[in-house]
Design a protein around this ligand. Structure first.
Ligand SMILES: *Cc1c(COP(=O)(O)O)cnc(C)c1O
Length: 402
């Protein structure tokens, strides 16, 4: 029997917004026999690993390490500083903001959501107004997502801090950087972030399974005021362990630790500013192509203002609901997997096909992004989806200028 010809043999490209492409060096670092968890290389590498993680987060404060995904980090962070009946203020522009608020509900807290829709950034002035109205200081924390991966909106965290300070409200500023850490510029200490959560499987390029909660002294003091904190989520022993065992509250995720060590080495060798710059340029190449497609077609970038676009994920809307067909085409015909639309379906149409996402986070370079854009162009052409011509030239122009 002969098979239908297709062009998908060879190395596949997973261009979804997490998990991201895993560098070969990280995979190779993980390929080893089970190490001893009580003595030797594994415990010895921990202090350096913690220091390098804090460098990536731009903080001189603390980090607690956990086995868990991003959702687990939402709960870990909240469990240390937010108790039952506490209020949390959640300015949101996507499904990840709403889901963090829902995690707070599960812990008995009471969220107040300010909805900024799905295409625009959080307006710090409206957050400040809500804090000023809370004269009794019942709001314990502001929960905000730096880059909401569903919509690809990026929020201005420094401006939010300034607005909170102007409102003279003591709430903690808690930021989800799961999609942005080591991709978009982020300065935990300089921006006055009290708590930050991250996972290992996006900008940090390690298979899913580890997460991190960074916290400053103000947040640590709030933790001490809590009447009780879950033993497992408590960040105190994890951040100041006397024993290796306490870093993880049990058995370490041994192979992930080796993978993360290698990923941090890669980031350090490239330089964090260069990593940010690489993501910024590649994102501009993606936007340039999308603008050309949109010029005479049915495709458009979800976020109009480039200042508020993620450098790691791009959400696209199609007037004709063929996003699923396009994703299936690129995956099956050329080995390129694009991200599904998430949290943008119009009410009453959960299977909406008018939205998809491109992941360009972590281990991505110029030829991968050009290949991704060329693959989308081929899919648009094959499926007869209207699009402007010249997208690849526009992207190449951006890359050529560097
Ligand atoms: C991926 C992501 C999450 C969820 O992480 P999981 O590991 O899937 O639980 C949360 N927030 C943001 C911004 C993300 O990008």
């Amino acid at each position: 029997m002969t098979q239908k010809t297709n062009l998908s043999a060879g190395r596949a490209y997973l261009a979804i917004p997490g998990p991201s492409v895993i560098p070969d060096a990280v995979l190779q670092a993980m390929h080893r026999a089970a190490p001893n968890i009580y003595a030797g290389a594994l415990p010895q590498m921990m202090p350096g690993l913690v220091a390098d993680l804090c460098r990536v987060a731009r903080t001189e404060h603390n980090v607690a390490l956990y086995i868990g995904n991003g959702h687990a980090m939402w709960e870990a962070a909240l469990a240390n500083v937010v108790g039952p009946e506490d209020r949390v203020l959640v300015p949101s522009n996507g499904s990840f903001g709403r889901d963090w608020a829902d995690m707070a509900v599960g812990l008995g807290a009471v969220p107040e959501i300010i909805d900024f829709g799905s295409c625009s950034a959080v307006d710090p002035a409206r957050v400040a107004d809500a804090l000023r109205a809370d004269t009794a200081h019942r709001i314990k924390a502001v929960l905000v997502v730096h880059v909401d991966t569903s919509t690809s909106v990026r929020n201005d965290i420094a401006a939010l801090r300034a607005a909170m300070d102007a409102a003279q409200h003591p709430a903690l500023l808690m930021v989800d950087c799961i999609a942005s850490l080591a991709c978009d510029v982020f300065e935990m200490d300089a921006w006055g972030v009290d708590v930050m959560v991250a996972g290992c499987q996006k900008g940090l390029m390690v298979p899913p399974g580890m997460g991190f909660v960074f916290f400053n002294d103000k947040a640590a003091a709030r933790r001490q005021e809590m009447s009780r904190v879950s033993r497992y989520w408590d960040w105190t022993p994890r951040a100041e362990p006397e024993l290796f065992y306490q870093y993880w509250n049990g058995t370490a995720p041994t192979h992930h630790v080796y993978g993360l060590r290698k990923a941090l080495d890669l980031l350090r060798a490239e330089g964090l500013e260069n990593v940010w710059q690489r993501h910024a340029i590649l994102a501009r190449a993606v936007w340039a192509a999308c603008d050309v497609w949109a010029s005479t077609g049915s495709l458009r970038l979800n976020v109009a203002d480039p200042q508020h676009r993620s450098h790691a994920v791009t959400s696209l809307c199609l007037d004709s609901p063929q996003a699923t067909a396009l994703r299936e085409w690129t995956e099956h015909e050329i080995g390129l997997t694009l991200g599904i639309g998430l949290g943008m379906a119009p009410p009453g149409d959960p299977a909406w096909h008018g939205f998809f996402r491109l992941g360009h986070m972590g281990q991505v370079n110029g030829h991968m992004v050009m290949g991704m854009l060329g693959g989308i162009e081929a899919g648009l052409t094959s499926l007869g989806i209207a699009h402007g011509k010249g997208a690849l030239e526009a992207a190449a122009e951006v890359i050529a200028q560097t």
